[in-house]
Design a protein around this ligand. Sequence first.
Ligand code: DON
Length: 319
Amino acid sequence: VSVAAAHGAELSLTQENIEGALKAAYDKYKNIDEGANADYIPALAKVDSDIYGIALVTTDGKLYTVGDISSEVSIQSISKVYTMALVMDQDGTEELVTNMGVDATGQVFNSIVAIEQYQGAEMNPLVNAGAITTTSLVDGKDGDEIWGKILTKYEQFAGRKLTVLNDIYESEAATNQRNQAIASLMHAYGHIDNNFLRATDIYTRQCSVGVNAKDLGVMAATLANGGKNPVTGKQVTKTENVPEILAVMATAGLYDDAGKWLYKTGLPAKSGVGGGIVAVSPGKFGIAVISPPLDAAGNSVRAQKAIADISNALGGNPY
Ligand code: DON
């Protein structure tokens, strides 16, 4: 008996039930006034706080949406999952474990204390230090080739061409001294090679890719479906790596609130400071919500509430 069923709430994945769950969550949280846009990247403060869209995509490729599914926000840290998938496809699952680890840091996503504690080990690919390191591991003869591989991977997951939101990229590139310092420390401790500033720039670019709620829903559903995009039918990441990808998301996807999130939903997930969250119910569906106002941990307030309600109503919790 799943947790949701034990709570008497589980509904089967029929069109009627899914549409009902989406609409109920959308309406319930539409008018709440909690959290605030990220502002440590100046351009993020200017994004419309009222953008609010939900997309659920089942593993058989059916798309359900409510609200704003066309406005694009920057993907931000959600990108870290998909660069991690690329590096696992390239090198297998052990490289990341050996390099920076797969453990929760218990610290904020851009913590320098967490790097210092174990000299850049005992971290994970979803905090900034581990993510910039992961980006640095993508093979390529130059920055353009590396960037091309990363963007192509995201496009395969989303099932459409994507572009960088230049205003976000320029704003973040002008203010990413902290990430440069993080990369420099990871270089000093032997986790990133000499190209640590190039890796930081490519990482900044990957965080600035524009996505809408539907893109993120398809990207989540591709992980729910063993790495095969359920809309395009293309295998875009190795099935054998998906359990490890989901494990890192479960451990660290919502940073220092990852434990609370898992307790409530059981879902591997990933947030971004652009306001998106993706969550994966393996074998069932992927779900994404975009809503820019964030809580203190850097996770979208509405997205957390809406995904938890919808997944719990539909029996998404795999435990
Ligand atoms: O490096 C940064 O700070 C941003 N580009 C991404 C951070 C982020 O999305 C953390 N998410 N909750």
